[in-house]
Design a protein around this ligand. Structure first.
Ligand code: ZN
Length: 245
């Protein structure tokens, strides 16, 4: 008997219970502070030291690196460990909480990169973000690369940058291959998330949406759940072996 193939797409909503603010929700960071979008727009970031200074300060203040996985992240990692399904996680989040909850790195496709690592925009050297933040704490405003002096940025996809094509094509393959597709904590309004749902649904996968707000795909979903994610997801994943074909 073959195991069900499960793909889980996660967005900001899965991490709000870990204290990480979302961006575009009613209480989202960019909804409340529209000017923050400039801090993660590559054109501004690369040309304006003041934008970089404010970007590092905001990163310092939000303490995202201190966040801990919640029950939803743990339930996904538990599903993987159970071996009951073949699992692929596709995330729009950059917080690294799936891996911190115990998912091996190769099972997580990070569409928007990771904020746990910093990359030098000149030489490509990667270093831990916590090292850069330690330099901010020590008084540097815009810490340059210690190898070449280049501008550092988190290893995330900023506005104005393209998504990693390899990650994107692996995500598309996972969406095509799955028998069950969960969309969790994502509004499904932006590319490529919406396209992944189309791919999965087009191949006949069971579509389960877990999100506080309505999404454009609710009408075609097999199940729509509005409960808090950290309560709903452990239950839904626990039922999975019974619902998989
Ligand atoms: Zn460098």
């Amino acid at each position: 008997m073959s195991r069900p193939i499960v793909a889980i797409l996660t967005g900001a909503g899965i991490s709000t219970d870990s204290g990480i603010p979302d961006y575009r929700g009613p209480r989202g960071l960019w909804t409340l502070h529209p000017e923050y979008e400039k801090l993660v727009t590559v054109g501004y970031y690369m040309t304006d030291p003041e934008i970089r200074r404010r970007s590092w300060q905001l990163r310092r203040q939000t303490h995202a690196l201190d966040a801990q996985p919640n029950a939803a992240h743990r339930a996904i990692a538990g599903l993987f460990r159970s071996g009951a399904v073949a699992l692929r996680v596709i995330t729009q989040n950059t917080d690294g909480l799936h891996q911190q909850a115990g998912l091996p790195a190769h099972t997580v496709l990070e569409l928007h990169g990771t904020s746990r690592t910093v990359i030098c925009t000149a030489c490509g050297a990667r270093t831990p973000t916590e090292d850069a933040l330690a330099r901010i704490d020590a008084g540097e405003q815009d810490p340059p690369c210690q190898e070449c002096g280049g501008i550092l940025k988190t290893d995330t996809v900023m506005f104005g940058e393209s998504l990693d094509q390899r990650v994107l094509s692996e995500a598309a393959a996972a969406a095509r291959a799955c028998t069950v597709f969960f969309a969790v904590g994502t509004s499904l309004q932006v590319y490529p998330a919406a396209g992944l749902v189309d791919l999965a649904a087009g191949r006949g996968a069971r579509l389960v949406i877990v999100n506080a707000e309505p999404t454009p795909y609710d009408a075609v979903a097999d199940e729509v759940v509005r409960e808090p994610i950290s309560e709903a997801l452990p239950r839904l994943l626990g039922e999975l072996p019974l619902t998989g074909d």
